[in-house]
Design a protein around this ligand. Structure first.
Ligand SMILES: [Zn+2]
Length: 455
């Protein structure tokens, strides 16, 4: 059934337009008319934007937010985080996985995201044995997406080794473990389970990182992608770069450039520690850099080489990764501020001249959609109706012209300016609230109470 949104201002592919009617049918935008008038039955909004896709999430980690921020003498700074993560992953039940994911997806939608790439590595029972239905935990992620209405690109993870050089998995990693052969079975089961979800649902693949696989396995698993998105963590921390260099004789991005057919269907998560040559050569492949600014700041990963990436025409998108905080506005500003703090300069992440907020937002909209295999990221006929409405009359935005609104969003506002979000036409955020908020929050409270009682 067709529905129509009437927006006082809308950001179209060629810029801002006034008095715009956007007609959507079966989740797809079928008509966009600007300089027109509202008609009876139109859903009226202030300012309509193409919605962002959140390209990288580990939903369950949301339950740890705020629990790993104290220092312990004599321990490396990751110890508290990793220790708690493994204690959590040993206890999580399928019901908890689903309830936590639903809460996180709802928060993403209320922040203005229409879709998520769930990089899912929790597959098996606590003792490492597969569930009766091998795809049990993926099915829980699919159910959470269905409950919330968020657009899902599910990314089952291949995780075989505990470190560079094909080291065995550590205690606590049994729930992640798969050979390529078992992963192929799992992937088939996930693809079957996803068939009952809305048509915009995608299933990609995610070799976890170079350190969790080996060259032969990686080549084999890539043959299973069938044109769907391929995501991999890469070059997040200097230690990983050193370990991979010592093992494979090349830095991780350098190695991938020479040994994998990188292209627009790839998303390299973090890509923080790259040389200038790696940055330029990776950008030219058309792969998306999956940037996770809040998590990268929280974990002390370091700043991305934004100027080099943009100069080479690189695509990028945003992910919330550890989900320590779900905030679209804060991801945007943290990304730009990481560059300013490093370079002692202002207004960095825009090629040439122009609005930084608009460059960040439109770049992340297109790159995020590309990374998730969604035809989205702009308000145009033939694209998915992934749409976010913000209130330009909100006190934090009301003084701004339309061409300043995305600077206001990125640097001055919070996510509270988001009024409505559609995911492939599913209108689940209305008046700033998810329509199923109360039930989803109740499920989350029950899940985290049960989880804390068990760890
Ligand atoms: Zn991650």
């Amino acid at each position: 059934m067709a529905t129509v949104i009437f927006a006082t201002n809308a950001l179209l592919p060629d810029g801002w337009a006034r008095n715009v009617r956007v007609t959507q049918s079966d989740g797809v935008i079928v008509k966009v008319t600007s300089g027109t008038t509202a008609e009876a039955g139109d859903i009226r909004v202030s300012t309509l934007l193409p919605a962002l896709s959140n390209l990288h999430s580990h939903a369950f980690q949301r339950a740890m937010a705020g629990m790993t921020e104290h220092r312990i003498a004599g321990r490396d700074s990751f110890w508290t985080w990793r220790d708690l993560m493994y204690r959590f992953t040993r206890q999580l039940t399928p019901e908890q996985v689903e309830a936590i994911a639903a809460f996180v997806f709802m928060e993403m939608q209320e922040a203005g995201y229409a879709a998520v790439g769930e990089f899912h590595y929790l597959h098996h029972q606590p003792d490492g044995a597969p569930y009766g239905d091998m795809a049990e935990l993926s099915a829980r992620i699919l159910a959470a997406a269905d409950q919330t209405g968020i657009g899902l690109t599910h990314l089952p993870v291949l995780y075989t080794y505990g470190g560079a050089g094909a080291q065995p998995l550590a205690a606590g990693q049994g729930r992640f473990s798969n050979t390529v052969e078992r992963f192929a079975e799992l992937l088939d089961a996930v693809r079957r389970a996803a068939q009952v979800l809305p048509a915009d649902t995608r299933v990609g693949i995610a070799p976890h990182s170079l350190r969790a696989t080996n060259p032969a396995d990686l080549a084999e698993v890539l043959s299973l992608a069938n044109g769907n998105p391929v995501h991999i963590h890469v070059a997040e921390q200097p230690r990983e770069v050193a370990d991979i260099s010592a093992w494979l004789g090349a830095r991780p991005v350098e190695w991938l450039l020479h040994n994998a057919a990188l292209g627009p269907d790839w998303c390299l998560i973090h890509a923080t520690h790259m040389t200038a040559a790696e940055t330029e050569n990776l950008a030219r492949t058309g792969a998306v850099a999956g940037l996770c600014p809040i998590t990268e700041a929280n974990l002390g990963d370091g700043p991305f080489n934004g100027p080099g990436w943009l100069a080479a025409g690189g695509a990028f998108g945003l992910g919330s990764d550890s989900n320590v905080r779900i905030s679209l506005t804060e991801e945007l500003r943290t990304l730009e501020y990481s560059q300013r703090l490093r370079d002692l300069a202002r207004n960095i992440l825009v090629n040439g001249e122009g609005s930084v907020g608009q460059a960040l937002y439109t770049g992340a909209a297109l790159g995020g959609a590309q990374a998730l295999g969604r035809k989205a990221g702009q308000i145009a006929a033939g694209h998915l109706a992934d749409l976010t409405a913000i209130d330009a009359d909100h006190p934090t935005l009301c003084a701004l012209r339309p061409d300043q609104l995305l600077d206001g969003l990125a640097f001055a506002a919070t996510d509270q300016v988001v009024t409505d979000v559609w995911s492939a036409g599913r209108h689940r955020v209305q008046g700033g609230r998810h329509v199923h908020r109360d039930a989803i929050v109740a499920g989350w409270r029950q899940a985290v109470a049960g989880l804390l009682a068990s760890v």
